[in-house]
Design a protein around this ligand. Structure first.
Ligand code: NAD
Length: 259
């Protein structure tokens, strides 16, 4: 196992999809991983897989949008491991797919809070435990924070994802003095459970456009990406291989955003 044994990582949304793949990848590389998720059973499964492969992980069942729970969770990681080297702020939901006219303000709040406020909370509460030794913070935004046409009905989601990249830049600038790097990853369609979890298509007309890439619209492979491909990028940004990279958003979308 690589020599990251004393390094620690916090992964939010680590019970499924991109977060689960990243938690397993970081553990494989020797990081001790705290898996945070609102769905505890899934997070426990990921922990079992990590333990079965000889890695170290523990689970915290936390709603990432709740300031008191986030602060408490980060406090527990600190108590257990002392410092935090990597934060992967990744938990998120698509939210309801609906027009702005019909969107319930509470639904707007839920998407913005789960995706954007949670990012602020994890960054904020992690700083005291990362600032002595520096570290890497990675935020999962989306190509949908930067485009509109294919996102009709996802105004709250797109706004939350654009907000995350704006926040990332501010954090990178503020935290450079502590040698904390902050970057955002912008995946295109990735083959996870997120659609089944949160999509409802009620009230939204399907947008039909002429496309030559029917399966996932990704020119590079003509299909959606995998969580494992995203986890490779997360590991790169976590590691010293990316020691001069901060304040950047990196697309991982097989050129989907160029269509
Ligand atoms: P997923 O549904 O497989 O995983 C998301 C995890 O976050 C789940 O385990 C869920 O329980 C957890 N979560 C949701 N709300 C939470 C809350 N309030 N508190 C704690 N945990 C919570 O989805 P995924 O595709 O792996 O998504 C991960 C991130 O990637 C999200 O931020 C998403 O917006 C982003 N993303 C996904 C895609 C894609 O196509 N899958 C594309 C671009 C960006």
């Amino acid at each position: 196992m690589p020599n990251n044994q004393s390094k620690t990582a916090v992964v939010t949304g680590g019970g499924s999809g991109i977060g689960a793949a990243a938690a397993k990848r970081l553990a494989k590389e020797g990081y001790k991983v705290c898996i945070i998720d609102i769905k505890e059973d899934r997070a426990e499964q990921v922990k079992e897989e990590i333990s079965g492969a000889g890695g170290e992980a523990f689970v915290l069942n936390v709603d990432v949008s709740d300031p008191a729970r986030v602060s408490e969770a980060i406090g527990k990681v600190h108590e257990k491991w002392g410092s935090i080297n990597v934060l992967f702020a990744n938990a998120g939901i698509n939210g309801t797919v609906t027009s702005i006219e019909e969107m319930d303000p509470d639904e707007w709040d839920q998407t913005i809070t789960t995706n954007l406020k949670s990012t602020f909370l994890f960054v904020k509460y992690t700083i005291p435990h990362m600032k002595e030794n520096g570290g890497s913070m990675i935020i999962t935004s989306s190509i949908n924070g930067n485009r509109t046409f294919k996102n009709i009905g996802m105004s709250a989601y797109s706004t939350s994802k654009a907000g995350q990249t704006a926040f990332m830049k501010m954090a990178a600038l503020e935290l450079a003095r502590y040698k904390i790097r902050v970057n955002a990853i912008c995946p295109g369609a990735i083959d996870t459970n997120i659609d089944q979890n949160t999509f409802t298509e009620e009230g939204v007309e399907e947008v039909k456009i002429p496309i030559e890439y029917p399966e996932g619209n990704q020119p590079l492979e003509n299909k959606s990406g995998s969580s494992e491909q995203v986890a490779d990028l997360v590991y790169f940004l976590a590691s010293d291989q990316s020691s001069h990279i901060t304040g950047t958003k990196i697309y991982i979308d097989g050129a989907e955003s160029l269509l």
